[in-house]
Design a protein around this ligand. Structure first.
Ligand code: SF4
Length: 199
């Protein structure tokens, strides 16, 4: 909520100044947000997840030390990109089984989420360069969207290419972050989304 307030102020300021500089007029958002209590809290834990990349023990030691120092341990650790764990030909979910009582397959979970969208609205998931899906992405990462999307929106059909079941989308925005080429453009749909009534 705090970041939303700061973003709204930055947008209002840009509109009032009518600077005509496009997005560059909004660059005050980040420094302004870092000045707030929320920005200061997040700065202290900015290296938490990165600390665990070298294993659990190293992570506990480094993040614990950083916590004791109030986030002042020098440097900002590099973070492995989310898509780096995917390799062409791999099937990350192959070993997972579901008992149907406490754990469920993706489509059952999707049903429980109560997700619905008007079918005739424009697709809110736009692949900016579909050619990459069938060439580079297949060769380099094995089309990871079919694995990381929790709602089976991305239906990879081999020679037929990629089918997008946009009405399944639960608005988690994982694809916006985890797509190796950053070519999935997630925009707010006209209406609809998850309801989570049955969970
Ligand atoms: S936002 Fe989440 S549910 Fe929707 S398409 Fe992207 S990964 Fe799938």
């Amino acid at each position: 909520m705090k970041s939303g307030l700061v973003a709204a102020r930055a947008a209002a300021k840009a509109l009032a100044e009518n600077s005509g500089q496009g997005n560059s007029a909004l660059t005050s958002f980040l420094p302004d947000f870092r000045q707030t209590w929320a920005g200061q809290e997040l700065w202290k834990v900015r290296n938490f997840r990165q600390a665990f990349q070298k294993g659990f023990r190293a992570g506990v030691f480094r993040s614990g030390l950083d916590h004791l120092l109030g986030g002042r341990l020098p440097g900002r650790l590099p973070m492995e990109a989310d898509h780096a764990r995917y390799k062409a030909g791999a099937s990350p979910a192959k070993h997972i089984s579901f008992d149907g009582k406490l754990t469920f397959d993706r489509l059952t979970d999707l049903y429980h989420s109560g997700t619905s969208h008007e079918e005739d609205q424009p697709c809110h998931l736009v692949v900016l360069d579909p050619e990459i899906c069938t060439t580079r992405c297949t060769e380099e990462f094995g089309n990871p969207c079919q694995h990381f999307c929790p709602a089976e929106v991305y239906d990879w059909r081999g020679d037929e290419g990629l089918h997008i079941n946009a009405s399944n989308c639960v608005h988690c925005k994982t694809c916006d972050i985890a797509d190796p080429y950053q070519i999935i453009n997630w925009v707010v749909p006209e209406e609809g989304g998850p309801a989570y009534m049955g969970m």
